[in-house]
Design a binder for this molecule. Structure first.
Ligand code: AMP
Length: 194
């Protein structure tokens, strides 16, 4: 992971989830910190978001949180981060998370996680960036989504295949390996068919 200095993690804000997802969040936070990689995330203390941040901090890592002022109370803004950027809107948060990161990891999460993940995927498709995106399919959580991706590709709505946009791995070791090897870094072909 020598060439990456910061990695953005998108993940759920719910705490009412299976321990297997919580363990994965902790393992990722620890792994990033031990690799000397700064964690960039949504800045909250709740759910997997809080767990990944706390694990990174506990392992001596640097953590940047980016949180909109209006949801600071809702997601209980973390007050012990290396850096907390308070912004005016969700759009600014998402933009800064992309700007501050060299790669993206998607852990299990809900609608917010999906929104954030697909924004970076579509921006990559449009060649607005060429950073690795790793989907962590912890305990098969994203399997229905991967099936949908295959369907979307098979029906011709994604040119070049979704595999050129993001990599799906089964566990956190797979995430850390994938970050090291910089997968799918070539820009996808642009669809020109009408
Ligand atoms: P969730 O996966 O729904 O638990 O949300 C995870 C993160 O996504 C939280 O930090 C939310 O603030 C954020 N989020 C929720 N809704 C949206 C949205 N419409 N656009 C961008 N981020 C969102």
């Amino acid at each position: 992971m020598v060439s990456l200095s910061s990695v953005c993690v998108y993940c759920g804000s719910s705490s009412l989830v299976n321990d297997v997802y919580k363990d994965a969040a902790r393992q990722l936070g620890t792994g990033l910190a031990r690799s000397g990689v700064r964690l960039v995330y949504g800045g909250g203390r709740v759910g997997l978001m809080g767990l990944v941040a706390n694990a990174a901090l506990a392992a001596g890592g640097r953590v940047t949180g980016i949180i909109p002022d209006h949801i600071r109370a809702l997601e209980v803004g973390h007050d012990a981060l290396s850096e907390l950027l308070v912004v005016d809107s969700m759009h600014e948060r998402k933009r800064l998370m992309v700007d501050h990161s060299d790669a993206f990891v998607v852990l299990p999460g809900g609608f917010g996680t999906l929104d954030e993940a697909f924004e970076v995927v579509t921006w990559k498709q449009l060649r607005l960036h060429d950073k690795p995106i790793i989907i962590a399919d912890i305990a098969g959580y994203w399997a229905p989504l991967v099936k949908l991706m295959e369907h979307i590709t098979a029906e011709g709505f994604v040119s070049g295949g979704y595999q050129r946009l993001f990599t799906v791995v089964r566990d956190i070791d797979g995430v850390l390996d994938a970050l090291q090897s910089r997968p799918e870094s070539a820009p996808p072909p642009r669809s020109v068919s009408l």
